[in-house]
Write a protein that binds this ligand. Structure first.
Ligand SMILES: *Cc1c(COP(=O)(O)O)cnc(C)c1O
Length: 352
């Protein structure tokens, strides 16, 4: 059975042995203030920086989910308001959570085949927020766009990027934004329950200046604990351990990225030409590398998902507005090439 669901997604086959090792090595009861655990955190942070090309002067925090990152950014880095460019359900949810805490926050919707208009970026927003890979509609904002946006920010705005379904799969130009975050159940091929937030020196200076301390997960509190490689709460030690194992086994991000790009190119070529379903996104410039969306009439979508499942291929459902008339195929590092070969053979045999 292969699952192409874009989250929770297929975990690495090796997770089975890592779990046994975590148990046998005593990680499940390791004190989170002890030296053994802080040594692990120090190592994971060094490996994340090395394997994902994260600048040495960026700061990394462990949270519990990407959703928590949305809320923490509204709490600790948004004295007044944030501005959100969004095309789908995840970007919209982020805006809703931001508005709940900071009602002056606003957003601008754009279409799946469009790039957002950069002419109207409010110059007084504390944060400008984008979803680098919109998992719900299989779109992606590329490096060139993020760079253009970064150059259009007001002097006191920070750029915050939800990279949940690309972090660990795509090479992201970290210096082109101030805050990046994601969680491990997408491109890291691990069980859910661990979020990562990556902050530039400018973002760290800003939250220290704002000094918001009203929450257990306030960024200043996390910062103070992380000086000693600790967290404010008892963290998901198991997932942090699993992350350390996955990172040690991993190729550098450049290699992972190229592999996913090659696979995505082949899949889009195939679905552009050969099947009854067509890519949900028509503009090649806005198509996601890590999540491939296909659209078709709802009855056909159901039929494809049902027959695929019978053959051990679990496709991802559509999401949000796209639920009935689309399906999604994760192109994540933990899913082997053999799975995509089977998938293409399935489509060629039954829905060409
Ligand atoms: C999956 C996802 C989230 C939510 O992640 P959690 O870890 O479940 O909070 C947020 N944003 C995007 C783009 C996602 O794909």
């Amino acid at each position: 059975m292969y699952t192409f669901n874009p989250g929770p997604s297929q975990v690495y086959a090796e997770v089975r042995s890592y779990l046994t090792a975590a148990f046998d090595e005593g990680w499940l009861s390791a004190p989170h203030r002890g030296e053994r655990f802080t040594g692990l955190v120090r190592q994971v942070i060094a490996d994340l920086k090395a394997k994902l090309n994260i600048p040495q002067d960026y700061t990394i925090f462990f949270l519990n989910s990407a959703t928590e990152c949305w809320e923490v950014l509204a709490q600790s880095l948004t004295p007044t308001k944030s501005f959100h460019l969004y095309s789908g359900a995840f970007g919209e949810k982020w805006l809703e959570y931001a508005k709940a805490l900071k009602p002056a926050s606003t957003g601008q919707l754009f279409g799946v085949d469009e790039l957002p208009n950069l002419g109207q970026i409010p110059q007084d927003a504390d944060l400008v927020c984008i979803t680098q890979n919109e998992t719900s509609n299989a779109t992606q904002l590329r490096d060139g766009f993020i760079l253009n946006l970064y150059n259009k920010l007001g002097p006191n705005s920070l750029l915050a990027v939800d990279a949940t379904s690309s972090l660990g799969g795509i090479q992201l130009k970290m210096i082109k934004a101030d805050i990046w975050f994601g969680s491990v159940q997408k491109c890291f091929g691990l069980p859910a329950g661990l979020g990562l937030m990556i902050l530039s020196p400018r973002a760290v200076a800003r939250f220290r200046q704002i000094n918001e301390r009203a929450h257990y997960n306030s960024l200043v509190s996390q910062y103070e604990k992380m000086l000693n490689y600790q967290t404010t709460h008892t963290p998901n030690v198991l997932d942090i351990y699993l992350l350390s194992r996955v990172l040690q086994d991993r190729q550098p991000i450049k290699t992972v990225h190229q592999h996913l790009l090659d696979r995505a190119t082949k899949l889009y070529d195939y679905f552009d030409n050969a099947t009854q379903l067509t890519p949900l996104v028509t503009n090649p410039e806005t198509r996601s590398t890590t999540v491939i969306g296909l659209q078709g009439p709802p009855a056909l979508i159901d039929e494809v998902k049902r027959r695929a499942k019978e053959q051990g291929l679990q496709l991802g459902n559509g999401y949000g507005n796209w639920k009935p008339n689309s399906l999604r195929i994760a192109n994540f590092p933990a899913i082997p090439d053999a799975a995509y070969e089977q998938l293409v053979q399935f489509f060629a045999r039954e829905f060409a």
